[in-house]
Design a protein around this ligand. Structure first.
Ligand code: GTP
Ligand code: ZN
Length: 319
């Protein structure tokens, strides 16, 4: 599973991100009319006979049963991507699924100078050096030029080490580029017969606005409805770190966190709410010091079932 998760988190593009939040990737969500305690998760019997309930009730009121593809039952629906990327979140143990092979992006082979790179897509660095520390000398040089550009003397005593410090700080602010879901999960996914909501709220978040390269910060609340798999609690906060420690917009950050939780435990639904303060709106520009930006991503049952969504929102807004 880890290899697959890594590939998915590394290779996901903007299009695939949107595909991933397609309702069809939460095949259990449409069973909500049964009520949560009647379980929205596939159970082992319907997994083994390759059948599950469809979302439609037949005209006589009985519930229709039909075959659906295995990949759809276990997670994301396998779909063909125009760039021949496939996106599937089936169990890694399912070695028969060819779609799990590492996808390639057109940019890998077509971008001059990047032919051998394997780390290209819209949501990642354009070029990943062997280690990001290799960037330090060039970055420090750039900061030195910046100081000169500001009319400062980069050789004055107080600024001597500033270019290197600033470069290290920027590497820290963007250290999420170095991390994968695989790295941080560390197999802390546990089989547990639990299908009640799990919420971790007010996770501190620091990120960098990709438009102005200034910070935005705030708190993240994550909820999910497990389907027999739960995630080590700290891993939710670590997922926030992976995606916040990059150049970001808050909307994408919100979505990426939700998709990562989905990839990790294939729950019946995921909800993420972020409340952020953007320093580009506080220290400059419109200078609205009290404004807060709230973004949310609701997937699966959180999107389809108002009661589940309400329960989550009540939990995250309660003191
Ligand atoms: N949607 C979204 N916009 C953001 C985020 N962070 C910063 N921005 C916005 O990015 C926009 C960039 O607008 P521009 O007009 O190109 O840049 P600008 O002249 O510096 O804009 P002002 O901030 O209005 O002075 C601004 O409206 C910012 O508020 C974010 O996370 N999400
Ligand atoms: Zn900004």
């Amino acid at each position: 599973m880890n290899r697959q998760l890594s590939e998915l988190s590394e290779m996901i593009s903007a299009d695939e991100l949107n595909d991933a939040i397609d309702d069809r990737n939460f095949p259990q969500a449409h069973l909500l009319s049964r009520g949560r305690n009647n379980s929205v998760c596939s159970n082992s019997s319907n997994v083994s006979d390759n059948r599950t309930l469809s979302n439609g009730n037949s005209k006589d009121g009985s519930t229709e049963v039909q075959d659906i593809p295995k990949t759809a039952r276990n997670g994301f629906i396998k779909r063909e991507h125009p760039a021949s990327l496939t996106f599937s979140n089936g169990n890694a143990q399912d070695k028969s699924n060819d779609s799990i092979k590492s996808p390639t992006t057109p940019r890998t082979s077509t971008t001059p100078g990047h032919e051998k790179c394997t780390f290209h897509h819209d949501l990642e660095l354009d070029h990943k050096p062997p280690t990001r520390e290799d960037l330090l000398p060039d970055m420090a040089h750039s900061y030195r030029m910046l100081l000169s550009g500001l009319g400062e003397d980069p050789d004055r005593q107080g600024l001597l080490k500033t270019p290197e410090r600033a470069a290290k700080a920027m590497l820290f602010f963007t250290k999420g580029y170095d991390q994968t879901l695989e790295d941080i999960l560390n197999d802390a996914i546990f089989n547990e017969d639990h299908d009640e909501m799990v919420v971790v709220k007010d996770i501190e978040m620091f990120s960098m606005c990709e438009h102005h390269l200034v910070p935005f910060y705030g708190k993240v609340s994550i909820g999910y409805l497990p389907c027999n798999k739960i995630l080590g609690l700290s891993k939710l906060a670590r997922i926030v770190e992976i995606f916040s420690r990059r150049l970001q917009v808050q909307e994408r950050l919100t979505k990426q966190i939700a998709v990562a939780v989905t990839q990790a435990v294939q729950p019946a639904g995921v909800a993420v709410v972020i409340e952020g303060v953007h320093m580009c709106m506080v220290m400059r520009g419109v200078q609205k010091i009290n404004s807060k930006t709230v973004t949310s991503t609701m997937l699966g049952v959180f999107r389809d079932d108002p009661k589940t969504r309400e329960e989550f929102l009540n939990l995250v807004t309660s003191k």
